[in-house]
Design a protein around this ligand. Structure first.
Ligand code: PMP
Length: 284
């Protein structure tokens, strides 16, 4: 049985307990991170730890443990569950308090939960060989998407809409422009230029996005950070998404229109390769 971490204890998953008064449960008053594991090692742990700190700060939530201890907990869970390839999910909530919209005045002890998911072959080339089909849907999330909160109901609805339409995922559109995917950042490629939306409160600041844009610049690729429309994407040479669990994943169809002849493009393939190479080399 899987061993999970709850507030200082490593316990079998069926013995893990969180209070019914936990504000994560009652108010979605919590933030999370997902760090991938390849070859038993964590990919870009420092990036995820830094974003977690920022999310907590934006919500005036206490840091449950320091970064070193957080790393130790991640490693311990990976080891105890024998994870070769997979994910570590981490969630911090403001903790348990009698139900009230106001943050508890005396402060609460934050709740810290981590668990692993084993995903053999997470980085297998076969996963990226086919590419994804996406549909566009209106972006109906709250306005602070830069904070990685556990309010994932709309993205969850978006994945269901995609499934109902026979697609793999959805790209969200606001004021005529693509914000991001339901659980990833969105990109198009036109000629030799990679286009992706600029950072702001409208999108999550992807850890994979930061690494991929840095690697693209190092490889002398041109990058434009600006909004783009679904029409522009449909006329692009390539499209792809990035996330900690999908790395760089080609998109080959948008609202029924094939992109780049309906096959994964070269830029996405190259970025996936250099991202995975570097990530593996630097994994902890
Ligand atoms: N945008 C959204 C809305 C997401 O949920 C995610 C994945 N959590 C991403 C982008 C990608 O972020 P990262 O590369 O840090 O996984």
């Amino acid at each position: 049985m899987r061993i999970v971490y709850v507030n200082g204890d490593y316990v079998p998953e069926d013995q893990a307990r969180v209070s019914v008064f936990d504000r994560g449960f009652l108010f979605a008053d919590g933030v999370y991170e997902v760090t991938s594991v390849l070859g038993g090692k964590l990919i870009d742990f420092a990036g995820h730890a830094a974003r977690l700190k920022r999310s907590l700060g934006e919500l005036a939530m206490a840091e449950p443990v320091g970064e070193e201890e957080l790393l130790a907990i991640h490693r311990e869970l990976v080891a105890r569950n024998g994870i070769e390839d997979g994910l570590v999910y981490l969630q911090v909530t403001r903790g348990a308090a009698d139900r009230d919209f106001l943050y508890p005045e005396a402060g609460t002890t934050p709740t810290l939960v981590l668990f692993t998911q084993s995903k053999p072959g997470l980085a297998d080339p076969a996963r990226a060989a086919k590419g994804l089909s996406v549909i566009s849907i209106p972006d109906r999330r709250w306005g602070r998407r830069d904070i990685k909160t556990v309010q994932l109901l709309y993205p969850s609805m978006g994945k269901m809409m995609a499934k109902a339409a026979g697609a793999d995922d959805a790209w969200m559109v606001e004021d005529g422009a693509v914000t991001e995917g339901t659980s990833n950042n969105a990109y198009i490629v036109k000629g030799d230029t990679i286009v992706t939306r600029q950072l702001g409160e409208e999108i999550l600041h992807g850890i994979t996005r930061a690494a991929v844009l840095r690697l693209a610049a190092e490889a002398q690729m041109k990058v434009e950070e600006r909004p783009f429309t679904i029409e522009e994407a449909q006329g692009a040479d390539e499209a792809f998404v990035t996330s900690a669990s999908a790395f760089v994943m080609p998109v080959v169809e948008i609202d029924g229109a094939p992109i780049g002849g309906g096959r994964p493009g070269r830029v996405a393939a190259r970025l996936r390769e250099i991202y995975l190479d570097e990530s593996r080399a630097k994994a902890v």
